[in-house]
Ligand binder design. Sequence first.
Ligand code: GLU
Length: 448
Amino acid sequence: MSYVQDVFEMTARENRGQVQFLQTVGEVLRSIQPAVEQNEGVLKKFRILERMVEPDRQLIFRVTWEDDKGEFHVNRGYRVQFNNAIGPYKGGLRFQGNVNLDMMKFLAFEQTFKNSLTSLPMGGAKGGSDFDPTGKSENEIMRFCQAFMTELYRHIGPNMDVPAGDMGVGGREIGYLFGQYKRIVGAFENGVLTGKGLSYGGSLIRPEATGYGATYFLTEVLRHEGENIKGKTFCLSGFGNVAWGATKKITELGGKVVTLSGPDGYVYDPDGVSGEKMDFMLKMRASNRNLVKDYADRYPCEYVAGKKPWGNVKADVYMPCATQNEITLDDAVAMVAMGVPVLNEVSNMPTTNEACAYLQQHGVLVAPSKAVNAGGVATSGLEMSQNSERLNWSAQEVDMRLRDIMRDIHDKICDTLTEYNMGYNLVAGANLAGFKKVAEAMLAEGVY
Ligand code: GLU
């Protein structure tokens, strides 16, 4: 059995039932095989793969908070600090009812390779809670964030671990989290969190960055194919921060976004989500209702309850911006039958491994989320730089750097594929390129 297979079987044995974590480990290990074979002796000797699939630390803590009626609730908080070989732990916090250790580990593992691709010094981590913000009042959100930080603060710091937002955690939540951190430590260390508001050390373009970055990456992919965004139609899922940023940039570049989705279903707006409709997306998120139907009520268009757009609406590009495993094998089959040529993955691991294999076998160009959505965390890295300098950069400067970073990621993937004599397989290329830097740093730093 090969070293890679060996490590996968060991991981499967020791993480039984953690299906999402094993899904991403399986995917990454499979693609890095060529790099591992080249250096098997040294990687094996220093147990690089075994160390790469085992988080440095997995923190689980209780969060007790009070609702508006004066009743107390208990939730579970998490922070998985996966790997800090190339920089302080870095990754978002997710507040959603279904958060569990499996999900946190999968996201922190992915984050390690994604952050490596950005070229910035950031290790991989993820955290969050099974607290569900849906229907919670502003004050309840604030009290929950404060209770969460009351435990988390002791595990993080600007040079140690720098959380940010993810699903259910946006600018408002980051503000409450930072306020509590500052009260507890008694110092203004704003580099401890990213995604902050502009008034206390946030970066311009950070809210837009994941969606903008995803669109810039797609631009590189399309350029490689001799095409561009202008005149193309896009099916997006989700309607949160990421879908909003992507919609803004796609529209600006002459593309048309015709679908959005939520947990309740999807909307099909053939006129395109543009102008004030994009601002309305922000209101939908701030309402904590989590219903995409609100869009169709406000801007009359087709609303399809209980379904996703995949395979139901034809477009030039599919861009999942909602959550993990939102594209299953059935969706992939429908997508191929419909003739959708490009899948630009924005949400973390939106495609099941079977669906991804099917799409690639049937000629669909798949751009993997690790590369596509890296603009979010990359701009978090730029926010950290500004905090260290105690300076603020202009929107143009941040945007230009973001664009350069996304182009650089695409170039790096292409160079890596050339190095291993492989075709334009972005999924494999992203994993290989992300892996190489982390492995190199781990080897250089010795066994610890
Ligand atoms: N949650 C985002 C991600 O999945 C951003 C993380 C960050 O900015 O640290 O990459």
